[in-house]
Design a protein around this ligand. Structure first.
Ligand code: GTP
Ligand code: MG
Length: 282
């Protein structure tokens, strides 16, 4: 990339501060990761936030991710102390039903203590994750009705929102947050591809070349099935060949780079190329 990708606007810094205060009021954390780039979604700023709290990792959007990698990630994360992990498609009605019993298991000590003291206090969880990973969609799924605003772009939720569930649990939705200085620019590109960084600050041409290179290395058959194009010497040659094939040309027969780049990124985001994961965990 010509310029480093970094996106840490003031509202994210503010949200992190609010979360650091609210964490004291909750019994556990629901940490949502986009299964298409699960490791890249791990925010170093969340490490201290989660310290001492049970964590349920929700590997979300598994309907769009590589199944074998999702299973590997689940195995790694569920082995972490005081943690568990579920694979989920939050857009599928009632898919989050499995979460209730896991929450109770992770907070069993607290629940027993409350029962002993005959305290009728609801179990409280904070939902955290990078922008656009599906936090609000998950909460709506847990509610059974749409209580929080969702949308297919980064930064939909602004400000905290408590939601009470029928089973008595109270869930806190938080705005998606990243961290200052995305030092690993591969991570930054993956976060762009899954829609966690807003498109306005990203060079879509470079992003699509990165994606082509990755797909040709790890998902060659899926790439060929979608575009019917062999591997060329460079991702740029593949991109140009694709544009010619699609007749994405501007006046004078020049390649319409913006159009072909936008198409391939959109195809990935909509899952048209197939179930793909951008982090390798094998
Ligand atoms: N295919 C698929 N799409 C999902 C899933 N979960 C959420 N989405 C979609 O992902 C997009 C983002 O969902 P949100 O719930 O708004 O994400 P968020 O994490 O709350 O985003 P911010 O509030 O911006 O941080 C929406 O278009 C959802 O429909 C899933 O499991 N599978
Ligand atoms: Mg949200």
């Amino acid at each position: 990339m010509a310029n480093n990708i970094n996106w840490f606007p003031g509202h994210m810094a503010k949200s992190l501060n609010v979360m650091n205060t609210e964490i004291k009021k909750v019994d556990m954390v629901i940490y949502v990761l986009d299964a298409r780039a699960p490791l890249s979604c791990l925010n170093p700023k969340f490490d201290s936030l989660c310290e001492g709290k049970p964590v349920l990792y929700v590997l979300n959007k598994v309907d769009m991710a590589d199944d074998s990698i999702s299973v590997n990630v689940k195995n790694i994360l569920s082995k972490k102390q005081n943690s568990d992990c579920v694979l989920l498609n939050s857009t599928e009605s009632k898919s989050s039903k499995i979460i209730e019993s896991i929450m109770k298991k992770l907070c069993s000590k607290k629940l027993e203590k409350n029962e002993r003291k005959q305290l009728n206090i609801p179990l409280r969880a904070m939902v955290i994750g990078v922008p656009n990973c599906g936090k609000s969609t998950l909460i709506n799924n847990m509610c059974g009705i749409k209580k929080t605003k969702t949308g297919d772009k980064a930064g939909v939720t602004r400000g905290k929102q408590w939601v009470a569930l029928k089973n008595g649990f109270e869930i806190l939705d938080t705005p998606g947050t990243l961290w200052p200085n995305l030092e690993d620019q591969d991570v930054a590109k993956k976060l762009c591809l899954i829609g966690s960084i807003k498109d306005e600050i990203v060079d879509i041409n470079e992003l699509s070349l990165y994606l082509i290179d990755y797909l040709q290395n790890y998902y060659y058959t899926k790439f060929v099935n979608r575009y019917n194009i062999d591997k060329k010497d460079t991702p740029l040659e593949t991109l140009e060949c694709l544009a010619q094939k699609k007749h994405f040309l501007i006046k004078g027969g020049e390649i319409d780079y913006d159009r072909v780049c936008a198409m391939i990124v959109d195809d990935f985001r909509k899952g048209r190329i197939g179930k793909i994961t951008l982090d390798r965990i094998i």
